[in-house]
Design a protein. Structure first.
Length: 251
């Protein structure tokens, strides 16, 4: 089964390096060889993905490029898609625009656009989820405000300091990982530095720091319905786990 996986920021395609062997060769890891996938992991660092800040609805454009890659260039008739952070809405856009070609989606979050939805019938658990998400934005979201309003100023500063660039990215891995305060129990230094260097060496990708409105939410309506099968991971120590049973935006 063909499968395309998308990363977000400050991740890279390298986030999947431990998962790819499990998917492509399950027999070598105690699984059934019939469960193997053809795995495609595009890099969204640099053009035409996250490097330009003068575009409109880039997530939709990335989704269309991914669709053409899988259907026209690689010759697959149908495929699965998955991802988290920015990779979640890209996958969802594929499900909305090309349901006939999408076998299913696997998401690690429902993405940002749901936070602007206006559902009149939210359960208590859903209301608490949205309140927590919005409160998180005030305590941990300063980076997104800066990246969304003055990305180029930040980019100049970070581009001039490898240590600053590393600190900006690795702090996110530390804060967003289930590491109990010790990041190297989850990632090695080589893994962290590889991810930082992929951004550093991509040149214009410092502009990937832009969180302009159309990048975050311009490609999906807050109440967008997706009529393909969807699986959603709910890790217990995620930043703000969605209440089980509250998947209206992704089903």
């Amino acid at each position: 089964m063909p499968l395309i996986l998308f990363h977000g920021w400050p991740d890279s395609f390298y986030r999947y390096q431990k998962v790819i062997p499990l998917l492509t060769d399950p027999a070598a890891h105690g699984g059934d060889p019939a469960d193997s996938f053809d795995v495609v992991v595009p890099s969204l660092i640099g053009d035409p993905g996250m490097s330009r800040s003068d575009r409109t609805q880039p997530l939709a454009k990335i989704a269309e490029m991914a669709y053409r890659l899988m259907i026209e260039e690689l010759g697959y008739e149908r495929f699965g898609a998955g991802g988290g952070d920015g990779g979640s809405p890209i996958s969802q856009i594929l499900g909305v625009r090309h349901p006939e070609s999408i076998i299913g989606l696997h998401l690690t979050d429902i993405s940002f656009h749901i936070l602007t939805a206006d559902f009149p019938d939210l359960s208590d658990a859903e209301q608490e989820f949205l309140a927590r998400s919005r409160a998180w934005g005030f305590t941990e979201g300063a980076y997104a405000v800066l990246q969304g309003t003055k990305p180029q100023t930040l980019a100049y500063g970070l581009n001039d300091s490898p240590a600053g660039y590393a600190a900006w990215i690795i702090e996110k891995f530390h804060t967003w990982s289930d590491c109990d305060g010790d990041l190297e129990t989850v990632y090695s230094k080589d893994e962290l530095l590889t991810n930082v260097m992929l951004y550093w060496t991509a040149g214009p990708s410092v502009r990937a720091l832009s969180y302009r409105e159309e990048w975050v939410s311009g490609s999906l309506a807050p109440d967008q319905r997706i009529d393909v099968p969807v699986g959603l991971a709910l890790p217990p120590k995620d930043i703000d786990p969605l209440p089980r049973g509250s998947m209206r935006s992704a089903t």
